[in-house]
Design a protein around this ligand. Sequence first.
Ligand SMILES: Cc1cc2nc3c(=O)[nH]c(=O)nc-3n(C[C@H](O)[C@H](O)[C@H](O)COP(=O)(O)OP(=O)(O)OC[C@H]3O[C@@H](n4cnc5c(N)ncnc54)[C@H](O)[C@@H]3O)c2cc1C
Length: 383
Amino acid sequence: MIDKLIIGAGAAGLYASSLLPDAALLEGSGSCGRKLLLTGGGRCNYTHALPVPELIAHYHGSLPFIRKVLYAHTPQDIIERFEALGIEAGNEDGKIFPLQGDARTVLDALSSHAPRIIDGKAAGMRKDGGSFIVTLDDGRTIEAGSILLATGGNAYPHTGSDGSGYHLARMMGHRIAPPHPALSALDIVPSLSAAEGITAEISLKTGKSTVSGSAVITRRGLSGPCAEDFSHLIIGRQPITICFCRTSIQELRRESGASLMKNALPIPPRLAAAILGPLAEKRIANLSASEARRAEELLSAFPCTASPIAASAMSTAGGVETSSIDPSTMESKIVPGLYFAGDIIDVDADCGGYSLTWAFATAWIASHSMQSAEDRRFRRPPG
Ligand SMILES: Cc1cc2nc3c(=O)[nH]c(=O)nc-3n(C[C@H](O)[C@H](O)[C@H](O)COP(=O)(O)OP(=O)(O)OC[C@H]3O[C@@H](n4cnc5c(N)ncnc54)[C@H](O)[C@@H]3O)c2cc1C
């Protein structure tokens, strides 16, 4: 019988375990923190320096839930927690990385405080009276007083987070908002592959949502921060528009009527050619009124369809519905003693250290609640 069992030794599970010295940590992939090692290109962008009111704008999901979590354990608290673990913060335009070392340094710092690690993959879970019975895929069973489910989403499944946690949550009666790729590159039709390799400042629009920023044109579509932050909005394949620049052809005609269209625009000529086709090769003075209108439309609202490239997704949108989790404790509202942290929850975030902030903040709340619940259980009655 284990009092507190954490399932999943990723970012959230390891952070929680560093705060719960008598917990046990169950990891199914054979080694801890495999995804954590890949973060920030191996350097681990572990939080963001934005104050909480501005930070919140980078999260997608239930706003009251997100607000409660991020105020309970702020980026400053995360920075201080890592300082206590021996890691100083380096600030790069607000993104926080270890001042010295890399993702391995972060993993080692968290793992050195990790309690007992059990090698095994949870395949089933049920509640039996006051305790949980977890069945592993090799048939072993573990009995636990309380459980923190920190099994991640289903992005980068080779790191161990293969979505099996959703199955466990479902077994306990939780509903799962359908998982879909987030923080991923986009497949675009028609592709702009003739402009492959060019970086541009663009805006992507679907319905009423617009995301602006830097993107790289790839053979299949778009990558880079703008595409990644936009990808959670796309389920399957959807029509979108891309704004490359807002240009008045009338003004261009006055300033440089003799130039070819592709050479007069504030974007690289190769990109202009990919967007405008034959129109890019025309002299601006020779464009008819309808050609000028068409060029303006293509540059400011290039119509195409987009779908996330699942294999490139760094995160998952969807997951355990937040309506069934208490954000002040991270405890299930359905099954007392069951807690959640990290990517498994139906909240996702932009690129920039926000996902790990979420993993750490939810893990901090859950670990404190698990500890207080246990303290209450073992407290002697007065007198
Ligand atoms: C390439 C890449 C780069 C990234 N860079 C950043 C970055 O710089 N900054 C940032 O904020 N975010 C970044 N992220 C996102 C970040 O890594 C995740 O948000 C974070 O790891 C989520 O933590 P987690 O603990 O919820 O899940 P994970 O870290 O995925 O951990 C889940 C763990 O649970 C284990 N597990 C799963 N199922 C079971 C089971 N049934 N039984 C036992 N164990 C199980 C898995 O093996 C895994 O170890 C990046 C992601 C990727 C893929």
